[in-house]
Design a protein around this ligand. Sequence first.
Ligand SMILES: NC(=O)c1ccc[n+]([C@@H]2O[C@H](COP(=O)([O-])OP(=O)(O)OC[C@H]3O[C@@H](n4cnc5c(N)ncnc54)[C@H](OP(=O)(O)O)[C@@H]3O)[C@@H](O)[C@H]2O)c1
Length: 296
Amino acid sequence: MKRMRILLLGSGGQLGWEVHRQLFCLGDVFAYDYPQIDLTKPNEIVKLIQNDKPDLIYNATAYTAVDRAESDEKNARMVNATTPGEIAENCQKRGIGLIHVSTDYVFDGQKGGDYVEIDKPNPLNVYGKTKYEGEEYISQSGCMHLIFRTSWVYSRRKGGFLEKVFDWARTNRELRIVVDQIGNPTWARMLAVLTTSTIMPKGQEFITGFFEQHHGLYHLGGKGAVSRFEFTKAIIDFLPESDPLRQTRILTAMTVDFPSPAARPAHSALNCDKFEKDFGIQIPAWHESLQLSLIS
Ligand SMILES: NC(=O)c1ccc[n+]([C@@H]2O[C@H](COP(=O)([O-])OP(=O)(O)OC[C@H]3O[C@@H](n4cnc5c(N)ncnc54)[C@H](OP(=O)(O)O)[C@@H]3O)[C@@H](O)[C@H]2O)c1
């Protein structure tokens, strides 16, 4: 069996870090992250594709600074849309499979329920808008692709939401967390497992057959919709009894209490039934993943 050659972009991010560990069992991995690669320079990425000659590209990069993107639209668009579009065109020309990740922020949150794949996006901010443009470029390129839209990605890595909560709790006895934003907390490790070793073909010769069976857009996040308040409360409640941070009081707040440059959708939780049905996989409940992430 010929081993796959896999190009991983964004190996230092929350998701990319976990994906790197999953891809080992699937083939030869060529992993890069900023500043070694810079998605604001599409030509560099094209050269990388020419040199490494991958069978599969996993794009875990993104311009994820939602507020900063409002005043840095040009770079956000390059990273989230223009260069992924360029990558997709190269994948199409060379018969390379592409896995790309997108966001619940393509939606405006006004539906009043969980979003399915055929719901119409209407992003409220530059991040969501540029991520949606990226999805469109990829699907229009005609390359073999899977796009996984996910939500509220967290990990134990520095800068991730869990560490932020612990940092806030170390310096505040009470935390005020918004109760009017609803999403699916998604453990980066779970997302990595479900988008790589669990579903991907083993061996280069199976790539085309795989993408013939599975392609297009899927919603994939931790199962269950919760508010940021409930999520944060669970993070604290799952700590061991002996942990002093467990005494932190979590109080409700509203989004209007924290003015920010970028508007956020109110209810952008994703319905992930299509993924479960097509891949025959049961997605773990968000709180089960959270518990595991805290002991890992
Ligand atoms: N985080 C969330 O809550 C969330 C929610 C929904 C969807 N998503 C999507 O999930 C995917 C993974 O997100 P994540 O949480 O793992 O994000 P992350 O931790 O911010 O990782 C993104 C990676 O992209 C890299 N990057 C940024 N600008 C770059 C550039 N110009 N050139 C090359 N690399 C660049 C970052 O490098 P630096 O760290 O050096 O900047 C980082 O390694 C993304 O597609 C994101 O849109 C995330």
